[in-house]
Design a protein around this ligand. Structure first.
Ligand code: MSP
Length: 668
């Protein structure tokens, strides 16, 4: 009987940036799932790759005096090396510059044109090159890109359009009928309420202003623009519309597209609409994960706060980094990356919990039994029943969590077993049992339970930390095979009774936190030693700033995470009462309010129009930053800032006092 199939994808990465630890997060998560499914007997197709076209690449290649193809080739090699370092087991790496992909895109474009889903018209708008996104005039903030704040360019050109608007109702129906289609749930609501219900506009799908793209076969001068090219990778990689479409027949529709939250919209609106137009089944699920953030902001090269994964892997091993990423960040939510959190996790979960359990177990077997071999005569104790029941329960829980892609919960489920086994050592006190020869069977029973527990744990961590299991097996007398299969963990007592233990290397040496933090600051400073490093996009001034900050950090490693009370006191916060509020003309996002702060009335512009109507906002008491330098937003003076809480979806809620208090009161 043929195996069930499982098709999982990551987004295809832009090769314009050196990938950072944030990018690794999507790929590591997909890899963990792919490995898990393989262990469960699935025929897995795990796809990743690179999104290589566009004006940005064309320009950067030009700046470097090389062809776009040479430019991307260099970076793609680097990316493949990175995935190797992180033990990523993709089954296929697609490049949008692959001939097969380009052919598929051309055929898709032609099919959609022939059937009337693509038509020719004229595009007029503003384009942000770094974000590769078009905006309408009223979406801009201060005439600049609403996402990155950089200047936009005016463009007007003949373009092809995809009739996205025609699919609005069908999309809403599909999403409502298939609650698992968009996960987590919050993203589903966001798509329906923020994008689908307000109405879809047709999508511009070709450009004439640059050349580096898939040419529209029947209209030279046009290249296919962004999303049809990028999204089609998920089917072109399988041979869709090619002579050999076996893989397509076998694996499509995808089980899950794993994507970062900012591209959920393209994957749950444009992509399904294209598939509907092509009369193809839709993927089972699009899972939008949160970002890895530093100091609350998205890690990005242009901000200068990226963390280089290869440096971390070199220092701590890929298993430790993979563990940290999947454990620290609740899947679907943003997670903060700090070197301190990383070292704390390695020391507590890996060195203390897992490392100690392994080394203590093995050391005791070697110490108490000749040649490190457990005897046949073994006796159970009163804690064993509890251990067996707990293990059974935790396996089930972990499986459920992995299926839902809740990797942090699954790892916690496994660590419950590890911590329970460590506690079992304290409960059974093998060193006391060892004093009396009559207790040897009991002692052997205890050490067997620990070894068997380690076997179960080692199998369970394999999808997340693929290198560590072999190291544990070597120490408890196992080799990869039947006894290390996922199925084997359902039966307690599978490890041979008379197993032989052998001390191995220290898998996770404890790290001296203070020294390491200082070393890491230097290692991660933007002066990069990686020879294949591509030309940095970071502006020189920004680099200098980061370097200065980095040097200062090394000096004051400990203090830097905190601010002093004097720092806090620099921010003047007061209670204000909104007395007048109206929309900023031609802006979807901005409200302008007159806010009474004691005797004074301030005018403040806030980006909250999506969350409050002016009527709702009037009368509210809010917290205002009153000593912020005034700025003009859309030509309107703003003399302060209203504080808001922001959730993972970007939703804003204004912050106010919990009790009755007059406006002008200080907040401190
Ligand atoms: N090329 C598009 C995707 C096209 S898919 C048909 C793209 N590329 S990207 O390189 O910018 O991003 C690739 C993935 O990395 C996205 O899922 C994105 O969310 C993810 N991440 C980039 N920075 C990240 C963090 N700081 N944290 C977590 N994920 C991050 O988008």
């Amino acid at each position: 009987m043929s195996k069930p199939t499982y098709y999982i994808t990551t987004p295809i990465y832009y090769p314009s940036n050196k990938l950072h630890i944030g990018h690794s997060y999507t790929t590591v998560a997909a890899d963990a799932m792919a490995r898990y499914k393989r262990l469960r007997g699935y025929d897995v197709m795990f796809l990743t790759g690179t999104d290589e076209h566009g004006q940005k690449i064309e320009r950067r290649a030009q700046e470097e005096g090389i062809t776009p193809q040479v430019f991307v080739d260099n970076i793609v090699d680097w990316i493949k090396d990175l995935w190797k370092t992180m033990d990523i087991t993709y089954d296929k790496f697609i490049r949008t510059t692959d001939a097969e992909h380009k052919q598929a895109v051309q055929k898709i474009f032609k099919t959609l044109y022939d059937q009337g889903d693509i038509y020719k018209s004229e595009y007029e708008g503003k384009y942000c090159t770094p974000c590769e996104t078009f905006y309408t005039e009223h979406q801009l903030i201060d005439g600049k890109c609403p996402d990155c704040g950089r200047p936009v360019e005016s463009v007007k050109e003949e373009s092809y359009f995809f009739k996205l608007s025609a699919y609005q109702d069908k999309l809403i129906k599909h999403i409502e009928d298939n609650p698992a289609f968009i996960q987590p749930q919050t993203r589903q609501n966001e798509m329906i309420n923020n994008f689908l219900k307000p109405g879809l506009e047709d999508l511009c799908v070709s450009r004439t202003s640059f050349k580096w793209g898939v040419p529209v076969e029947f209209d030279p001068g046009h290249v296919v623009y962004v999303w049809i090219d990028a999204l089609s990778n998920y089917i072109s990689a399988l041979g869709y519309l090619s002579e050999d479409d076996e893989a397509f027949k076998k694996y499509w529709p995808a089980d899950v597209h794993l994507v970062g939250k900012e591209i959920v919209r393209f994957h749950t609106i444009i992509w399904p609409a294209l598939l509907m137009a092509l009369d193809l089944p839709l993927p089972e699920q699009v899972f939008g994960h949160g970002w890895l953030v530093i100091d609350g902001g998205k890690m990005s090269k242009s901000v200068g706060n990226v963390v280089d994964p290869s440096i971390l892997v070199e220092r701590y091993s890929s298993d430790a980094i993979r563990y940290f990423l999947l454990r620290e960040i609740a899947f679907g939510q943003d997670g903060n990356f700090t070197n301190e959190a990383l070292i704390t996790r390695i020391n507590s979960d890996l060195a203390n919990d897992l490392g100690n359990l392994t080394s203590r177990t093995v050391a005791m077997i070697e110490k108490y039994f000749e040649g490190g071999t457990l005897p046949e005569m073994q006796q159970e104790n009163e804690f064993d029943t509890d251990i067996k029941a707990l293990v059974k329960n935790q396996i089930q829980k972990a499986e459920e969590n992995i299926e839902k892609l809740f990797f942090n919960n699954a790892l916690e489920d496994i660590w419950v077993i590890i911590r329970r086994l460590n506690k079992y050592i304290d409960e059974t006190m093998p060193w006391v049992l060892a004093k009396d020869e009559a207790n040897k069977p009991k002692l052997a029973g205890v050490l067997y339970t620990l070894s068997e527990g380690l076997r179960v744990v080692s199998v369970m961590i394999e999808p997340f930390m693929p290198r560590t299991p072999e190291k544990i097996w070597g120490q408890i007398g196992l080799q990869r095979g039947e006894l290390t299969s996922w199925d084997s963990i359902y039966t307690w007592g599978t490890l041979p009774k008379t197993t032989t233990a052998k001390k191995g290397e220290n898998m996770f040496p404890r790290i001296d936190k203070e020294k390491e933090l200082a070393a890491l600051e230097l290692a991660n400073s933007p002066v990069d030693t990686n020879q294949k490093e591509i030309k940095s996009e970071t502006k020189p001034e920004a680099q200098v700033k980061v370097q200065e900050k980095s040097a200062q950090k090394t000096e004051e490693v400990k203090q830097l995470e905190y601010i002093t009370i004097d720092d806090f006191a620099k921010v003047e916060l007061k209670i204000g009462e909104v007395i007048v509020c109206e929309r900023v003309p031609k802006s979807d996002k901005l409200l302008v309010s007159q806010i009474k702060i004691g005797e004074e009335v301030r005018q403040i512009v806030s980006g909250i129009a999506t969350y409050y109507t002016p009527e709702e906002f009037v009368g509210k008491k809010v917290v205002v930053v009153t000593n912020l330098k005034p700025v003009k937003l859309r030509g309107i003076l703003s003399e302060g800032m209203v504080l808001c809480a922001v959730d993972e979806t970007g939703k804003l809620v204004a912050v106010g006092p919990l009790g009755d208090i007059v406006s002008g009161s200080e907040v401190r």
